[in-house]
Design a protein around this ligand. Structure first.
Ligand SMILES: Nc1ncnc2c1ncn2[C@@H]1O[C@H](COP(=O)(O)OP(=O)(O)OP(=O)(O)O)[C@@H](O)[C@H]1O
Ligand SMILES: [Mg+2]
Length: 229
C-alpha cells in the first residue's frame, strides 16, 4: 500500500464578517500510487477548496495533509512551494498558461523555475511531453494561437514536467466542448494506465467520473460516498 497523499480531518473555515463559513468539515482521504480519482458534488460544496489544500495551495484551518509522508503544512512557505513544484502538478479549468511564452516555453517553465536552467535535457523533455499530448506541431505557438483544447493539453504537459507524484486537475474540461473534453480525459486515462500517473480530478460530469477508478462524492463539506469502479 503505497500512499502518495493522506489528508486527515481537514477543516476549512472562512471568516466572513462576523460569520464563520464551514467549507470543509473534517475530510479524511488517502490517495494511493496509481489511483485515478474523481471528486464530484454540487457547486459550492468545497471541491476546489479540498483540491487546493491537497496540492499545497491553500492552508487548512485544522487537520493535516501529507504527501509522501511529508506534512506539507508544517513546512515554511518557501519549502512548501519547492515541495509543490517537485511533487504536485496542477491543471486548472482556464489553463493559466503564460500568454507571452510559446507552448514549449510554458512546458519548460516548471523545470526552469526549479533551477534546472543549465540543463540541456529540459528542452528535450518538454518536446517529448508536447509530443505525448499530441502537440509536437504546436510548440512555437503562443496560448492565444491555440484552441482551448490545445491550451489544456499544454497545461497538462506543463503539469507533468517535473514528474509529479500527484497530478491534480480542477474541472479540466469545464471550459471545453464534448470533443475536446474527450481528448483531455482520454489523455489522462492513458497517462494513468500506461505510466501509472496518480491523478485526482474534480468534475461535475458523471460520464467523466464513471471512467475513473474511484469516485468520491462530497456534500456540505464532507465526503458522503466513495465508490470503486
Ligand atoms: N476565499 C474565500 N473566502 C470566502 N469564502 C470562500 C472562499 N473561497 C471559497 N469560498 C466559499 O467556499 C465554498 C466552497 O467553495 P469551492 O470553490 O471549494 O466550491 P466547489 O465545490 O469547487 O464549487 P464549484 O463546483 O462551483 O466550483 C463556497 O460556498 C464559496 O463561496
Ligand atoms: Mg470548484
Amino acid at each position: 500500500m503505497d500512499i502518495i497523499l493522506r489528508a486527515v480531518d481537514v477543516h476549512k473555515v472562512y471568516r466572513m464578517g462576523d460569520e464563520d463559513l464551514d467549507v470543509l468539515r473534517g475530510v479524511s482521504l488517502d490517495v494511493r500510487k496509481g489511483d485515478f480519482i474523481a471528486i464530484t458534488g454540487p457547486s459550492g460544496v468545497g471541491k476546489s477548496t479540498l483540491l487546493h489544500i491537497m496540492g499545497g495551495l491553500d492552508r487548512p484551518t485544522r487537520g493535516a495533509v501529507s504527501v509522501r509522508e511529508t506534512d506539507i503544512y508544517k513546512l515554511n512557505d518557501r519549502k512548501r512551494s519547492q515541495f509543490r513544484s517537485r511533487s504536485v502538478g496542477f491543471v486548472f479549468q482556464f489553463y493559466h498558461l503564460l500568454p507571452e511564452f510559446t507552448a514549449l516555453e510554458n512546458v519548460m517553465l516548471p523545470a526552469l523555475a526549479g533551477g534546472e536552467a543549465g540543463s540541456a535535457d529540459v528542452k528535450s523533455r518538454a518536446e517529448k511531453l508536447l509530443g505525448d499530448v499530441g502537440l509536437a506541431a504546436r510548440s512555437a505557438h503562443r496560448p492565444g494561437q491555440m484552441s482551448g483544447g490545445e491550451q489544456q493539453r499544454v497545461a497538462i504537459a506543463r503539469a507533468l514536467m517535473n514528474g509529479p507524484d500527484l497530478l491534480l486537475a480542477d474541472e479540466p474540461t469545464g471550459n471545453l466542448d464534448s470533443h475536446n473534453s474527450k481528448v483531455i480525459i482520454d489523455l489522462l486515462v492513458r497517462l494513468n494506465r500506461e505510466q501509472g500517473q496518480t491523478t485526482v480530478i474534480v468534475t461535475h460530469d458523471e460520464r467523466i467520473a464513471s471512467q475513473m477508478k474511484r469516485v468520491i462524492r462530497m456534500l456540505d463539506g464532507n465526503i458522503i460516498d466513495i465508490r470503486d469502479n
